[in-house]
Design a protein around this ligand. Structure first.
Ligand SMILES: [Mn+2]
Length: 347
């Protein structure tokens, strides 16, 4: 049944997309706040794909992306709303079509939300998050059972023909899939993901180089912060098969914190056999950010959604609170007993 529905959705999606890309238009491609490799990779690739049909396509995100993504083909042309809101608003206001990539609710667009909500422009969605309200989109390719939005964009590009897959597009999509799967360690639900990657690797810059550009870029401060987080800050709660790392803004400053420096820290506690859930809590300007990871079928999406104003996927989710770091940790400890049984289940 699911397969039939997915097939129907694809047929409808491509039928609708065909009508849009036939004649030259102005596209604004928007992705989520605190953009990651998948947000940037899928957006750049889709914009580059659109340009092959003679369209104008501008990519925009709410705030800056981490340095380890800055080398990506076309990244220097991305519009950052909090640095150039007027330009961004202008692009949005004249756009014929908005493309929403790697998020499904306008609240995830950060500072762009206000303008987005005002526009009646045709919207196209390509995304792998759950609970999508499809009614607001002209057409949507929304599937949760894929590694990443970049995988879906790869499917779209290849639907139109492999001749559209050039070095930039392939490289950008590979970064998206690589980063959303934690370097191919999770979120791979079918062999198709790797089959797509095989095609991308044939067209992209050297795979080894991409991996190095994304992962071997730590500053000394970032690596020391990782060491400190695990060695000094990791709290292991055996009873709940959970590990928590909390970092205050003073601690982040001590390691000369740059955007993206805590990326991946939350994954390390899961390397322990006994740990089922890992939580990273960080203090930013005025807000507390929580990042959740889990193994197996324990859904951090549910927990993040119920208590931490967030959500995401079964094994990876985020949330935010506007309170002190201490209060956030207090709440986290308070809700754990409710999940004790599930956290101690195998599978
Ligand atoms: Mn993604």
């Amino acid at each position: 049944m699911q397969i039939i529905l997915a097939k129907m959705q694809r047929e409808q999606f491509f039928e609708a997309l065909d009508t849009v890309i036939q004649s030259p238009k102005r596209f604004a491609v928007v992705s989520h706040v605190n953009p990651d490799g998948d947000a940037i990779g899928s957006s750049l690739a889709f914009a580059q794909f659109l340009k092959k049909f003679g369209h104008e396509a501008e990519v925009m995100v709410s705030n800056d992306f981490p340095d380890f993504l800055a080398w990506m083909p076309g990244a220097c042309n991305i519009h950052i709303y909090d640095k150039a809101s007027e330009t961004c608003d202008q692009i949005l206001n004249v756009a014929d079509v908005l493309v929403i990539l790697d998020f499904n609710h306008s609240s995830r667009s950060g500072l762009i939300q206000e303008t987005l909500n005002k526009l009646n422009t045709k919207k196209i969605l390509i995304d792998h998050h759950r609970d999508t309200d499809l009614s607001q989109f002209f057409c949507a390719l929304s599937e949760t059972n894929v590694s990443s939005t970049s995988e879906l964009v790869a499917e779209v590009v290849m639907h139109y023909g492999e001749q559209y897959l050039d070095e930039s597009i392939a490289t950008n999509l590979l970064v998206g899939i690589m980063t959303d799967t934690g370097s191919f360690s999770h979120s791979i639900y079918h062999s198709e993901t790797l089959a797509i990657c095989a095609k991308l690797i044939d067209k992209s810059i050297s795979y080894n180089q991409i991996h190095q550009l994304v992962y071997d870029t730590f500053s000394e401060g970032r690596l020391r912060l990782l060491g400190y987080s695990i060695s000094n800050k990791m709290e292991v709660l055996d009873e709940y098969a959970t590990a928590i790392i909390a970092l205050s803004k003073e601690e982040l400053a001590q390691f000369n914190y740059q955007v993206g420096d805590t990326e991946g820290v939350v994954n390390f506690p899961l390397n322990m056999k006994k740990i089922r859930m890992s939580v990273l809590v960080t203090e930013r300007q005025g807000i507390i950010r929580l990042s959740f990871r889990s193994k197996g079928n324990f859904s951090v999406h549910e927990l993040a959604n119920k208590y931490f104003n967030g959500g995401g996927h079964t094994n990876a989710a985020g949330g935010t609170l506007t309170c002190s770091l201490e209060k956030a940790l207090e709440l986290l400890h308070q809700v754990l007993p409710e999940y004790k049984e599930k956290l101690n289940q195998i599978g």
